[in-house]
Design a binder for this molecule. Structure first.
Ligand code: DOR
Ligand code: ZN
Length: 361
């Protein structure tokens, strides 16, 4: 297959950061490829009120317009805290200011210090969300109080303890398990009722945790494998294989959709002590997914291409009440080199590497 046409993809999980920090540098990479994105609320000052969401939405549209992307559609989300007011969540939803709420377990990832310490603390909010059919997006890892659970096990434990609990207590709640990295979380989505879906990043289906250690650990060498460090951390080869199969041939592949989790951090911060987790995959996210689907033999017939298109552009959009784009993009089998650094001093995922696909229109 030398070229492919699919409906313009939609990114179900994107970090754009603040207007005055990185947004002006990074937004265009996503807007070039995607018709819209679900925007994560974990700013330095998290988005906890619908008024903040409105301002943030306007800032995103402003930057998109400035860069010439007039049709990019941001879907805003609320950041859940222990003390968030359910009526604020409901009002923002009814006003159309946000379309989902994100659950960050306390301290589990970047900017999650205002996250939820105990799931029971937000039961009232979850009840309201279930009633108004507002989706819950979950970062599926144990909170920092469980620090003795290793990085590679946090998602498994959280799936077992918390995802199942939420689904049992709120069986009708629309829930998306974000950036699935384990077989267990994937099976949880596959085996739960239809209101439970999930997103998958390119890095978690391209690499397993060995990609962080290739060539040894070089903490002071720019470009060592810190760009492969994200949360949840890359997992075991068996997990990667399971998820690759689930999105292409699995029994519930229609519940799994592309969410890049593109998460830019400036190079200095990425290389500093304590670092920051996140892969900036936006410069070629669609092409990275394309590589994986090609490797898995999905471009040999029309059916396989359709599965790819659904994964990229259609699946799960119903949870946000939106239709897929009717525009198409064309990908061609042509090399492109991922830049080493992009403006804003951000090192992309796969920096300096040549990849075999390119979007041409
Ligand atoms: O790697 C990650 N980076 N995972 C997250 O959950 C958050 C994100 C970020 O905001 O940088
Ligand atoms: Zn994220």
């Amino acid at each position: 297959m030398k070229s492919l046409k699919i409906f313009r993809p939609f990114d179900r999980h994107l970090h754009l950061r603040e207007l005055l920090t990185l947004m002006k540098f990074v937004l265009e990479y996503s807007a070039k490829q995607f018709c819209g994105a679900v925007i994560m609320p974990n700013l330095k000052k998290p988005i906890t009120t619908w008024q903040q969401a409105k301002t943030y939405f306007e800032e995103i549209l402003y930057v998109a317009e400035q860069k010439g992307f007039h049709n990019f559609k941001p879907i805003m989300t609320a950041y859940l805290t222990d003390i968030i007011d359910p009526s604020n969540i409901e009002e923002g939803f009814k006003r159309g200011m946000w379309k989902a709420a994100k659950l960050y377990p306390f301290g589990a990832t970047t900017n999650s210090d205002s996250g939820v310490t105990k799931i029971e603390n937000i039961f009232k909010v979850l009840e309201v969300m279930q009633n108004i059919e507002m989706p819950l997006l979950v970062h599926p890892e144990t909170d920092v109080s469980r620090y003795t659970i290793g990085f590679l096990d946090r998602e498994r434990v959280y799936t077992d303890e918390v995802l199942t609990l939420i689904h049992r207590e709120f069986p009708k709640l629309i829930m998306s398990v974000e950036q699935i990295t384990t077989k267990e979380a994937c099976q949880f989505v596959e085996d739960s009722s239809n209101n439970v879906v999930g997103t998958v990043t390119p890095q978690h289906i391209m690499y397993d945790y060995n990609a962080i250690f290739h060539g040894g650990v070089h903490p002071y060498k720019p470009g060592a494998y810190v760009e492969n460090v994200c949360l949840p951390i890359l997992k075991h080869p068996e997990d990667v294989a399971y998820i690759r199969n689930a999105i292409t041939k699995g029994k519930a592949r229609w519940k799994l959709g592309a969410g890049t989790d593109s998460a830019p951090h400036i190079e200095e911060v990425k290389l500093s002590h304590g670092s920051c987790c996140g892969c900036f995959n936006a410069p070629a996210a669609v092409e990275l997914y394309t590589m994986v689907f090609e490797e898995l033999g999905m471009f040999e017939d029309w059916e396989g291409i359709k599965v790819f298109e659904e994964f990229m552009s259609v699946n799960n959009l119903w949870i946000y009440g939106i239709e897929h784009s009717k525009e198409t993009i064309e990908l061609v089998k042509e090399n492109q080199i991922i830049p080493e650094l992009v403006p804003g001093n951000i090192r992309p995922f796969k920096a300096g590497q040549t990849i075999p696909w390119k979007i041409v229109s």
